[in-house]
Write a protein that binds this ligand. Structure first.
Ligand SMILES: NC(=O)c1ccc[n+]([C@@H]2O[C@H](COP(=O)([O-])OP(=O)(O)OC[C@H]3O[C@@H](n4cnc5c(N)ncnc54)[C@H](OP(=O)(O)O)[C@@H]3O)[C@@H](O)[C@H]2O)c1
Length: 345
């Protein structure tokens, strides 16, 4: 064994607002031999996550900020090339958080072996990964929709939103989603079974459109967007509605003082609303059971998902910037290895 020439994507400079590809640098790197207790992995896919932006501006969030020169953090799946760890063997498929690297040396901590299954390996980063689990706990644990209630999901054609809406339907709810553009809205209704999709970009008055879609009011709102979407939805909730704050993608690139802010907070009182944010990692102990259920629903065809895959690490920065313009249609991923996976996956 010897150092392996590879490539990685690093932060070129802190990003004060919305990202552009120039904020990143793709650079060569020699990946060292694994030491005792470590493995060397080859990446098949890495994830592209809007929440990462909150770590790229040089400001502390719930995870520490990255510095220029740091490798971009993300979830990743790949195969073990060399192992000096008793629990992993050469050829094992593993999921970890080694970020935007074509190869990496990792320890066993936080690494999970991916058992062969009918789904493609990429699903481990999407419907069976953090986005699917965020939808699962956001809807089923925090939102707890009841049959007959109407559930609103924002960024509904995205990785979290598309699963969240389907899980709410499983609970017997009527489901309304917001998404940008007619193609995404058509997909939500025609393929995922949403009752109504609101194209927020085409609506001059989002609050009025949300009210038209559910005059009865929303029992649950799973919000991925924040900003003016959250404010409009607050005014359209039913009595005792639950607002579950999953993400605030419209606010991520906006300095705090310039954010839209909430004007409809009086509805929290008049409509006895509950509003709660969450970090899905807090449910980590329950991930295996949740993943087993999601896998079962995929297998029986009652849960559908969509991936937006770009090719190669060079494409990752533009894919990341594209998240904030709605360019991804489904879970945004980078395929790092040209022909990923052994035939079993
Ligand atoms: N709480 C947690 O533990 C947790 C875990 C994972 C993810 N999240 C959050 O979940 C949210 C969704 O993540 P994801 O990975 O599923 O991303 P995604 O929804 O697949 O992709 C982002 C989407 O956001 C929409 N968007 C971007 N800018 C917008 C704006 N200004 N206004 C309205 N919509 C906008 C775009 O869709 P359109 O074309 O529809 O505009 C874009 O496709 C993010 O906020 C993320 O941070 C939270």
């Amino acid at each position: 064994m010897s150092p392996l020439p590879s490539r990685q994507v690093v932060l070129a400079r802190h990003i004060p607002g919305l990202p552009s590809p120039e904020d990143f640098r793709v650079e060569p790197v020699d990946v060292p031999d694994p030491k005792e207790g470590e493995l060397r992995v080859r990446t098949h896919y890495v994830s592209v996550d809007p929440g990462t932006l909150s770590r790229l501006g040089g400001v502390a969030s719930y995870a520490p900020p990255l510095a220029p020169g740091d490798v971009i953090h993300s979830a990743a799946v790949g195969e073990v090339l060399e192992s000096r760890h008793a629990s992993f063997a050469v050829g094992d498929l593993v999921l970890g958080a080694w970020g935007w690297r074509a190869h990496a040396v990792v320890g066993g901590r936080g690494l999970r072996k991916v058992e062969p299954g009918p789904e493609p390996l990429s699903a481990e980063l999407g419907v069976l990964g953090i986005p699917g689990l965020t939808a699962y706990f956001g809807i089923l644990e925090l939102g707890q929709p009841k049959a007959g209630e109407t559930v609103l999901v924002s960024s509904a054609a995205g990785a979290v939103g598309s699963i969240a809406g389907q899980l709410a339907k499983r609970r017997g709810a009527r489901v309304v989603g917001t998404a940008g553009g007619p193609a995404k809205c058509r997909w939500l209704v025609e393929e995922l079974g949403f009752d109504v999709a609101v194209d927020y970009r085409a609506e001059p008055d989002l609050e009025a459109a949300l009210r038209r879609a559910a005059p009865e009011g929303y029992g649950v709102f799973l919000d991925n967007v924040g900003g003016t979407t959250l404010d409009a939805a607050l005014a359209c909730m039913a009595q005792r509605g639950r607002v579950v704050v999953s993400g605030l993608v419209a606010d991520y690139g906006v300095p705090a003082k310039q954010r839209a802010g909430l004007k409809n907070t009086p509805y929290l009182i008049t409509h006895r609303l509950r509003m709660e944010g969450f970090v899905v990692l807090d449910y980590a102990e329950r991930f295996p059971q949740a993943r087993a259920e999601l896998r079962q629903w995929l297998a029986d065809g009652t849960l559908r998902h969509r991936e937006h895959v770009v090719e190669g690490l060079d494409a990752a920065p533009a894919a990341f910037a594209g998240l904030f313009r709605g360019e991804n249609f489904g879970r945004a991923l980078v395929r790092v290895l040209k022909t990923p996976g052994p035939p079993s996956r």
